[in-house]
Design a protein around this ligand. Structure first.
Ligand SMILES: Cc1cc2nc3c(=O)[nH]c(=O)nc-3n(C[C@H](O)[C@H](O)[C@H](O)COP(=O)(O)OP(=O)(O)OC[C@H]3O[C@@H](n4cnc5c(N)ncnc54)[C@H](O)[C@@H]3O)c2cc1C
Length: 445
């Protein structure tokens, strides 16, 4: 399907993350011919599993949130003959930088946080929108009268404040920057509750989708081909890639992440995107979250005690024991502490998990850098930020097709009810595949 090929392809899919792969899989199963054009030399995008240690280490997404509550990843995994499993629901150990927090206090802090979040969601949904305009989640969640602090001594209140920052792990921005207006907006719909994983990692899920799409005989993948231009041409769309090739089809689907769309040159899309869509892309923020893997020659923590939730002054660092041999910790590094080195994270964890003891230094340290990665420029879209003057409906605008419907948009940042997640990406790919199939069928008849 090079520049010399006739315009016989039905759909060009730009990007082979979960949204692009789900779209390609569904389109090809429906008999539509698909050319996927992906910048990286692998599929999966922010689903990226490292296997260099001999077992899966997720450097992007990891959990199937809402595993028994209907997360659609499970349905696709079973269709692709992949194994998934439910993770044990263990509270693990809550730590301050000086050592473990008493179990009864840890349970109280956790139930207070749940009550404070419920109070926040009720306040957000029942207050006139003007009243909360300009207010942040921190203004309500961390206010003196918040249920977060109910029954706590002055000494323990700062621990409650710190634990509330665990919300920042998934949001990618601070409680102070997150608008209160839409707090809990999608919480009745979001996949939540139990957690599961794809056995072997999300990378396997991505590979299986690619193979299944190829097996239909209708899908082809060009990897290592960053798209530089998307142009409307006679009877369709032309995509020009850095590999020197251009691809043409009747329709196209962009799954380029929000962080990347925000910085694309104006002439990337020709004709340019309409002003309303450009405005939404400008004013919608992207959060940060990184993964770090620490491996040791010997085990120095009690594996039954994990996961470890470490409360620091400005962040919650979550460390999940992954393996006993080699002893490995999988650490989530939230937006406010991205500058910590692997050694610094190790020292903080060692002091908190094994206070006063000598522990071995890590033998191998590696991780992600989604914020710097030119093909993601951040972890995921964030909740509505204070002062953005936007609503979650902006993500519906980000999803709207242009050019009489022949150029569509998918990706986690186009699903307002499930933004920032694998199911969001997946449902966006399904949504666009269905829309494009209908469009192509209508044009045929
Ligand atoms: C650290 C981290 C942890 C996470 N944890 C979870 C979790 O536990 N559970 C969960 O549900 N979600 C989680 N997520 C979110 C989840 O990973 C994403 O929502 C989802 O993978 C996004 O898929 P996507 O298809 O929208 O985007 P992507 O996966 O980013 O796919 C977009 C693709 O487009 C490609 N691309 C970009 N520019 C171009 C170009 N010019 N030309 C061609 N190709 C291009 C990229 O290389 C990429 O492959 C996490 C995310 C991160 C970063």
């Amino acid at each position: 399907m090079s520049s010399t090929a006739p315009q016989s392809t039905d759909v060009l899919v730009i990007g082979a993350g979960i949204s692009g792969l789900i779209a390609a899989y569904n389109l090809s199963k429906a008999g539509k011919s698909v050319q996927v054009v992906e910048a990286r030399d692998r599929v999966g995008g922010r689903a990226w599993t490292d296997t260099s240690l001999g077992f899966p280490v997720e450097l992007g997404c990891m959990a199937i949130h809402g595993y028994i509550e209907g997360n659609p990843v499970k349905r696709y995994a079973s269709e692709l003959w992949l194994e998934t499993k439910l993770l044990p629901n263990s509270p693990g150990t809550l730590l301050t930088t000086d050592g473990p927090v008493d179990k009864a206090l840890a349970a109280k802090l956790s139930s207070n946080l749940s009550a404070a979040m419920a109070h926040l969601a009720t306040t957000a949904s029942t207050s006139p929108s003007q009243e909360l305009k300009g207010s942040s989640v921190a203004d309500i969640l961390l206010s003196r009268s918040s249920p977060l602090y109910e029954g706590l001594s002055d000494n323990d209140r700062p621990k409650a404040t710190s634990l509330a920052r665990s919300l920042e792990i998934g949001w990618g921005i601070s409680l102070e920057s997150t608008s209160a207006s839409y707090a809990g907006w999608a919480s009745d719909i979001a996949f939540a509750g139990s957690d599961g994983v794809v056995v072997g990692g999300y990378g396997k899920f991505a590979e299986a989708l690619k193979s299944a799409a190829e097996k239909t005989g209708k899908a082809e993948f060009a990897l290592g081909a960053p798209v530089e231009k998307v142009a409307r041409v006679e009877n369709g769309i032309e995509v020009v890639a850095k590999n020197g090739k251009s691809y043409r089809a009747r329709t196209a689907l962009s799954t380029i992440p929000l962080g990347v769309l925000k910085v694309l040159p104006n002439n990337f899309f020709d004709p340019p995107l309409p002003p309303r869509k450009r405005l939404v892309l400008e004013r919608t923020s992207v959060g940060a979250l990184e993964k770090l893997c620490l491996t040791y020659d010997s085990l120095w923590w009690d594996p039954q005690a994990g996961p470890f939730t470490l409360l620091t002054d400005n962040a919650v660092i979550l460390a999940i024991p992954l393996s006993e041999n080699p002893a490995t910790l999988h650490v989530l590094i939230p937006h406010s502490v991205l500058n910590l080195s692997g050694d610094e994270v190790h020292s903080m964890l060692a002091k908190a998990i094994a206070p006063g003891k000598t522990v071995p230094a890590p033998t191998k340290v590696f991780g992600s850098s989604w914020k710097e990665d030119a093909l993601s420029l951040g972890a995921t879209s964030s909740p509505v930020a204070v002062g953005e003057d936007r609503t979650p409906l902006d993500l519906a605008e980000a999803a709207r097709p242009v050019w009489n419907g022949i150029l569509g948009f998918a990706g986690e940042a186009t699903e307002m009810d499930h933004r920032g997640s694998v199911p969001g990406a997946l449902l966006s790919g399904e949504r666009e595949a269905k829309r494009i199939i209908d469009l192509l069928n209508r044009r045929k008849s």
